[in-house]
Design a protein around this ligand. Structure first.
Ligand code: NAD
Ligand code: UGA
Length: 443
């Protein structure tokens, strides 16, 4: 099948590479010439395990093409995916300016029938909005060309995106049109071998499914974080409680790891966008608002623990913190809405010096937060420790799980560790001579 994918970020590029791998011809369009240049040279501008090899192979075999020109991408395409960003506006609502711009350009440039697919995460009603924009542009041109707009939200997660796309739990196809449904199902058939995985539903239900899924997962995380905060106060251990409740198959083990709150480019903005959509329709989404509120405070829990510890010594001003992990989670270079950034801002603004290290996100961090006063981003996991007053672990990278504790102790000015991901066992840390603070476990 000939497919055009507009927006080659995490979702667009992964989708493009995976569709190409199954033998489809893909045209990737991005407004950013630097992105297109990088991809054409066989390199990938984002960190996603396995993606570069897949992109390279399919580009070399001619199934993956890149351009900044949407007209060129649209030429032979039967299906056009919109995979541009849908950032959060200041008021929490979803900003559709990139989706609108792509829809208008499709309307201006299409010369043959198209199935336009919204894959970006967009509020309920956006498919109708996109339909209106394309129809408006066609009308201006005095053209009448058939098109349909389908909702096909994406559920991949960064760091495991290829696996998620290649073996999805489900593929949601939102359309009332049988032909569109058949085309999209054909495209996805190699990924969803079991028929039950291809779920066709109404467009608005498909759009809502995406927000409901992300909000449910965010709810699990805020729930366990709240339980962790209570555990700390009552002398229980959230790690034990997590196993205790996860063993109930109705609850399950996944997404109930307590920590520094959820970050990333999706949960925070999608939770806020659903609250906003509900409000727009006159409904106060109280539970989802609480999920957001709990998360906002959870993101600062580690900073609060550090501040409380140093309070009797005159506060954090003038002290130095070694910080491991800037990315919003392991296996990504994405620092959007990362809890580490909040921890860094909260402590550096009080005069604490922070020396941070991330295995992959350092370059991005230098670009985006490198200007912060009192922050130094370093390229060695162990060099950040030299003479620091404490170590804070904020991201759950594997290489932080079993570090050289003797070396840490030797390097730090005092054996003090704040662990925002519960990577270590309190007993072991105690025996190794560390003062150790984690989440939801009494020190
Ligand atoms: P991203 O920021 O990584 O990439 C978006 C790309 O679109 C950029 O390269 C940008 O240059 C390009 N773009 C913007 N305007 C354009 C235009 N007019 N024409 C062509 N290209 C244009 O975004 P992302 O993380 O891939 O997210 C895309 C959408 O998918 C969002 O709605 C997001 O919520 C959703 N989503 C993301 C993930 C994820 O893990 N990142 C997972 C599921 C869904
Ligand atoms: C999330 C969803 O998992 C994807 O299904 C969805 O497609 C995507 O959002 C999206 O819509 O963009 P992602 O943000 O890449 O994917 O990462 P997750 O693995 O879900 O983690 C999100 C945040 O929650 C991270 O900060 C992570 O550290 C945190 N988290 C996750 C916890 O604190 N505890 C957990 O148990 C799980």
């Amino acid at each position: 099948m000939n497919v055009c994918i507009v927006g080659t970020g995490y979702v667009g590029l992964v989708s493009a590479a995976c569709f190409a791998e199954m033998g489809n011809n893909i045209y990737c369009v991005d407004v950013n010439p630097k992105v297109v240049e990088t991809l054409e040279s066989g390199k990938v501008h984002i960190y996603e395990p396995g993606l570069e090899d897949l992109v390279k192979r399919n580009t070399e075999q001619g199934r993956l093409n890149f351009t900044t020109d949407l007209g060129e991408g649209l030429d032979n395409a039967e299906v056009v995916f919109i995979t541009v960003g849908t950032p959060q506006r200041e008021d929490g609502s979803c900003d559709l300016k990139y989706v609108d711009a792509v829809a208008a350009e499709i309307g201006r440039k299409m010369t043959s029938p198209k199935i336009v697919v919204d894959k970006s995460t967009v509020p309920v009603g956006t498919a109708d909005r996109v339909r209106g924009i394309i129809a408006g542009e066609l009308e201006k041109r005095g053209e009448s060309i058939y098109f349909d707009v389908v909702s096909n939200p994406e559920f991949l997660k960064e760091g495991d995106a290829l696996n998620d796309f290649m073996k999805p739990d489900r593929v949601i196809v939102g359309t009332g049109d049988e032909n569109s449904a058949t085309t999209i199902k054909t495209l996805y058939a190699p990924f969803a071998r079991s028929r039950e995985k291809l779920i066709v539903m109404g467009v608005r239900s498909a759009e809502m499914t995406k927000y409901a899924a992300n909000c449910m997962l965010a709810t699990k995380i805020s729930f366990i974080n709240e339980v962790a905060n209570i555990c700390e106060r009552v002398g229980a251990d959230v790690s034990e409680v997590r196993v205790g409740i996860g063993s109930d198959s109705r609850i399950g083990y996944s997404f109930i790891y307590p920590g520094v709150g959820y970050g990333g480019s999706c949960f925070p903005k999608d939770v806020k966008a659903l609250i906003d959509t509900a409000a727009e329709y006159g409904y106060d989404a109280r539970l989802i608002r609480s999920v957001d509120e709990v998360n906002n405070t959870q993101k600062l829990v580690l900073a609060e623990k550090i501040k409380a510890y140093f309070e009797p010594q005159g506060g954090v001003a003038g002290k130095t913190l070694a910080l491991w992990g800037i990315a919003f989670k392991a296996n990504t270079d994405d620092i959007r809405e990362a809890s580490a950034v909040q921890v860094i801002k909260a402590l550096t603004s009080l005069g604490m010096k922070v020396r941070a290290f991330d295995p992959v996100a350092n370059t991005r961090a230098r670009e985006e937060i490198g200007h912060i006063e009192n922050l130094e981003i370093m390229d060695s996991q162990y060099d950040v420790l030299d003479g620091a007053d404490a170590l804070a672990v904020v991201t759950d990278w594997n290489q932080f799980r079993n570090p050289d504790f003797e070396r840490i102790k030797r390097a730090l000015a005092a054996p003090l560790v704040f662990d925002g991901r519960n990577l270590y066992l309190p007993e072991r840390m105690g025996k190794a001579g560390f003062a150790y603070f984690s989440i939801g476990r009494t020190p």
